[in-house]
Design a binder for this molecule. Structure first.
Ligand code: AMP
Ligand code: GLY
Length: 417
């Protein structure tokens, strides 16, 4: 099988690593990729937001499958453009990707599908916004309706801060605050059948102790020893299956990865967000544990072939990933500094993201530079490997969290975040 993977982050590096492990894979092409991915795949320069360029590359390479990593091309309709010329594609249509692209659309689908989520109001006027905030009270949760690269959500007890954030967007979703640990749980869907992956937990705040600004994600681990044993089954029954059925009933089937961001409240699980693609950095802890061959699985999903598929197979190992962020991330990341020590890391896997080669030397080129994943028999040993690995790497001014999976690896802890 020949596969073209679109994207250039740590998520795509982990996807590439898992794709090449599949014995059915013959060729892996990645566009645009990064220097880490270049070691295991053929890279192609590409404007991934230009659908016609993506289609032309896939046709020129005569690939059997295109896998779309990031959300923006999906919301732009790249999967529609590829399917229109008969290319099997893992990634939802523009309409189905609206589950990520519009918080209001996601709420409508959840309401129609009976999926548990926070009560909410969609507001377009200042009066509606104020009324919604006062209906739920503090802490206030205000979400801009459209794609916002992690900057659209504010959770605050300050009514004025909540209002100021609401006024920045012509349409906002204001919802009740949900209390409890957060879980990311993904399903792989062919449009009518969905297979659940294992749960992971992401650390969204920049600094230790969940302090500082929101980020794209500073680390993750899987599995979650503290989570209810039936969490996968519960999410499948209450969230993933009804959502896929609702999208199919609307004649806009969701083919790709459905990312459910959940809060486990005292009253049961609730969805706080959907994404239409693999999570980053959750993918860097899930795929190293996945034993089902990935290229074959994504091809089956892209071609309507998941009915009757057995549940996904997982190693019993634990995985922890720690993100190395550049100086100033997430507010004003400084780029262009040399990175040393990557080649001396042993016993842990490095997934590159914001990296580039300058005169054959690796340099930083993004806010999240790379992540280091440790895999071992338990979380304590996995985090040790990840932290030993990341301590070998030097990048001026860079920072990483020291508490990824810390509470979960201590024997008495229940959830975090
Ligand atoms: P989202 O982009 O919707 O995942 O929101 C970003 C972060 O805001 C989440 O990871 C949560 O930590 C927080 N958040 C979002 N919605 C809620 C909510 N209803 N209650 C509490 N926290 C929330
Ligand atoms: N880790 C959060 C996300 O991928 O959206």
């Amino acid at each position: 099988m020949k596969v073209l993977l679109i994207g250039s982050g740590g998520r795509e590096h982990a996807l590439a690593q898992a794709l090449v492990r599949d014995p059915q894979l013959e060729e892996l092409h990645v566009a645009p990729g990064n220097p880490g991915i270049a070691q295991i795949a053929t890279l192609h320069a590409l404007d991934i937001e230009n659908n016609q360029e993506v289609v032309a590359l896939a046709q020129r390479l005569t690939v059997d499958l295109v896998v779309i990593g990031p959300e923006k091309p999906l919301v732009n309709g790249v999967a529609d453009a590829l399917r229109a010329v008969g290319i099997a594609t893992f990634g939802p249509s523009a309409i189905a990707a609206t589950l990520e692209g519009s918080k209001d659309f996601a709420k409508q689908v959840m309401r129609d599908a009976g999926v548990p989520t926070a009560r909410s109001f969609t507001c377009t006027t200042k009066a509606e916004m104020e009324k919604a905030l006062d209906t739920f009270g503090a802490p206030y949760v205000v979400k801009h309706d459209g794609l916002a690269a992690g900057k659209g959500v504010v959770v605050t007890s300050d009514r004025q801060v909540a209002l100021d954030h609401a006024y920045l967007s012509p349409r906002v979703v204001i919802e009740e605050f949900l209390d409890g640990p957060e879980v990311s749980l993904f399903g792989i869907s062919d449009g009518s059948t969905i297979l659940a992956m294992q749960p992971a937990q992401d650390f969204k705040r920049a600094y230790d102790g969940d302090l500082g600004p929101n980020t794209g994600g500073m680390g993750a681990y899987s599995p979650l020893p503290w989570a209810p044993t039936d969490i996968v089954e519960m999410t499948l029954t209450q969230v993933l299956k009804p959502t896929i059925a609702e999208m199919q009933a609307r004649d806009t089937p969701f083919i790709g990865l459905l990312y459910a961001g959940l809060v486990l409240t005292s009253k049961g699980l609730r969805v706080i967000e959907f994404n239409a693609r693999f999570g980053d950095p959750e993918t860097q802890v899930l795929l190293p544990r996945l034993q089902t061959p990935l290229a074959t699985l994504l091809y089956q999903a892209a071609t309507g072939g998941l009915a009757g598929h057995p549940p996904l197979e997982w190693s019993t190992d634990s995985a922890v990933t720690v993100v190395l962020a550049s100086d100033g991330y997430p507010v004003s990341p400084r780029l262009g500094d040399p990175i040393t020590g990557v080649d001396s890391v042993v016993g842990a896997d490095i997934y590159q993201a914001g990296t580039t080669l300058k005169d054959q030397v690796l340099h930083s080129s993004g806010g999240r530079v790379l992540s280091v994943t440790g895999v071992a028999a338990d979380l304590t040993a996995a985090r040790l490997k990840a932290y030993e690995g990341i301590s070998q790497i030097s990048l001026r001014g860079s920072h990483y969290r020291r508490d990824i999976a810390l509470a979960a690896s201590a024997p008495t802890e229940v959830g975090e975040n």
